[in-house]
Design a protein around this ligand. Structure first.
Ligand code: BV8
Length: 246
């Protein structure tokens, strides 16, 4: 696909200022992973918004775990796509690059990004409901669902559910990155979920140039400096090229 790159976007890519990337589920769409609000619902036609809540888990931990177990398996089978690879190239090519993601699938990390600020947690970490300790867990067979900790308490996915607060330290760091950014690349998000969706506005008010990469328009589109109507897998490698990063 061909798309125009504004002179200002080119200048900000070339001049080496702090770049903040904010990604959402659409960045993993080209890896074959369903987005949150895509057509047909994410799992068995169910609305993930009904499943990704503490209330749903308390009411029926087994069903919520079948949803997350399915997502872990889907994510494990998926491969990073050119958009993920481009973000890893930006981190390797720029000291002042920061990646903040709403995604929990782990594909940015598998593509090579080492400093990923995960706003909403990870499918690959579990939390014990006994002592709230978290640990990595990459096992594809969790055994009977819902899984239990050795202490006997239920384990839950260490993700941020709707109605739960984000980790304040993580959110504060993301807001700092937004305030320091010279260029913000917002890719693959419907810009509906807060407080993540507030980050581009924080950056814009602090003087950043905000580019949105999404085949669709979103509530951010009219406030962004430029909206590139394209897929992240096609657009991001081109932005990396303009930034002069091999
Ligand atoms: C909070 C982890 C406060 C789980 C997720 C009532 C009570 C409390 C809060 C609220 C409330 N009502 C509303 C709120 C606020 C709520 C919110 O924002 N709701 C919205 C929906 C209105 N937020 C919260 O609840 C947050 N917490 O506010 O706490 C608080 C404070 C103190 C004490 C108590 C409470 C927590 C939000 C985090 C929820 N967890 N994920 C899991 O993954 O299972 S959010 C979930 O949505 C995913 O992380 C996902 O990433 C995220 C956002 O979705 P997107 O990533 O944007 O994905 P989506 O499918 O929507 O869009 C995909 C886009 O990609 C589309 O635009 C599409 O066009 C585009 N696309 C498709 N293909 C491509 C592409 N783009 C580029 N290339 C392509 N190829």
């Amino acid at each position: 696909m061909s798309f125009a790159i504004s002179n200002e976007l080119r200048a900000r890519l070339e001049r080496g200022g702090p770049i903040l990337a904010l990604t959402g589920a659409g960045v993993s769409a080209e890896s074959g992973l369903a987005t949150f609000r895509g057509p047909g619902g994410m799992w068995e036609g169910r609305d993930p918004m009904e499943l990704a809540t503490p209330q749903a888990f308390a009411a029926d931990p087994e069903t919520v775990w079948r949803f997350y177990d399915w997502r872990r398996k889907q994510a494990a089978e998926a491969a990073p796509n050119p958009a993920h690879v481009a973000f890893a190239a930006l981190e390797q090519g720029r000291d002042s690059f920061r990646l903040v993601t709403q995604n929990v699938d782990g594909l940015h990390e598998r593509a090579g990004n080492r400093d990923v600020l995960r706003l909403h947690g990870s499918l690959w970490r579990l939390r014990c409901l006994g002592d709230c300790e978290e640990h990595d867990n990459l096992e594809l067979d969790l055994g009977p669902l819902p899984p239990r900790c050795a202490c006997g308490a239920l384990l839950r996915p260490a993700v941020v559910w709707f109605g739960e607060p984000l980790d304040p330290a993580v959110l504060h760091r993301a807001e700092q990155f937004a305030e320091e950014a010279d260029l913000v690349i917002v890719a693959g998000t419907s810009a509906l979920v807060y407080p993540a969706a507030a980050l581009p506005e924080i950056a814009r008010l602090a003087g950043a140039y905000v580019v949105e990469v999404n085949p669709e328009t979103t509530p951010l589109s009219e406030r962004a400096d430029v909206h590139i109507a394209g897929s992240a897998g096609a657009v991001l490698p081109r932005l990396v090229e303009v930034a002069g990063i091999a």
